[in-house]
Design a protein around this ligand. Structure first.
Ligand code: GRF
Length: 206
């Protein structure tokens, strides 16, 4: 199978995928491209260290979405890579219908909350401000609604007294690194599919 990963920064989720591929926890699979909308993304350096083709593709002039001529470049570049699955792993842009419809049911995203709760940015801040006792992360299919597509798998963590956005983010991130490679494996091995999913899988009860 062929994977394409889109990133914007640190790339720790991407790294978790590269490790899982390397250890054959995601069998018969190759990461055929990593694309970043940020030329300084640390993740680009990490990907190259794994021997993976890693490129910067500008998404200018927009700051928070992928649209216009840049969107066309993304679509064309990714199509040439012939991916079975496209993973948004900390890709900090909203993707639009033209992009989504170019790769039907092939785009997934990782989000650091228990969706449908807390879509969008600054999730940990909002979770703490609301006094939630629990948070977590979700892998979901990407559709036209931001963080609103069909959910694939979720992992839960406790919110602890004294948590800051940073400590909570770190606890959630550990789970992200587990559920994202696992979701990819299930999808590529066709253990689950867009149509077969009803409720998201709960990590720890799989
Ligand atoms: C993660 O928390 C992910 O859920 C969110 O952005 C962050 C990316 O981190 N969408 P990294 O680049 O994978 O380290």
């Amino acid at each position: 199978h062929r994977l394409v990963i889109l990133i914007s920064g640190r790339g720790s989720n991407m790294k978790a995928i590269l490790e899982a591929v390397k250890k054959k926890e995601i069998p018969h699979t190759r990461v055929v491209g990593v694309i970043s909308d940020n030329p300084d993304a640390e993740g680009l350096t990490i990907a190259r260290r794994y021997g993976v083709r890693a490129l910067y593709l500008s998404a200018a002039p927009y700051k928070t979405k992928l649209e216009g001529p840049a969107e066309e470049v993304y679509i064309r570049t990714i199509k040439r890579m012939k991916p079975d699955l496209i993973v948004l792993a900390g890709f900090m842009r909203v993707v639009k219908p033209r992009f989504i419809q170019s790769f039907p049911n092939k785009i997934i995203n990782i989000h650091p909350s228990l969706l449908p709760a807390y879509p969008g940015l600054h999730t940990h801040e909002r979770v703490l401000a609301a006094g939630e006792k629990e948070s977590g992360c979700t892998v979901h299919f990407v559709n036209e609604k931001v963080d609103g597509g069909k959910r694939i798998i979720q992992a839960r963590v406790q919110v602890l007294p004294g948590d800051t956005p940073q400590t909570l983010a770190a606890r959630v991130l550990e789970k992200e690194h587990k559920i994202l490679p696992y979701a990819i494996r299930l999808l590529l091995e066709k253990k689950i599919s867009y149509d077969s999913l009803v409720e998201p899988i709960q990590w720890g009860e799989e």
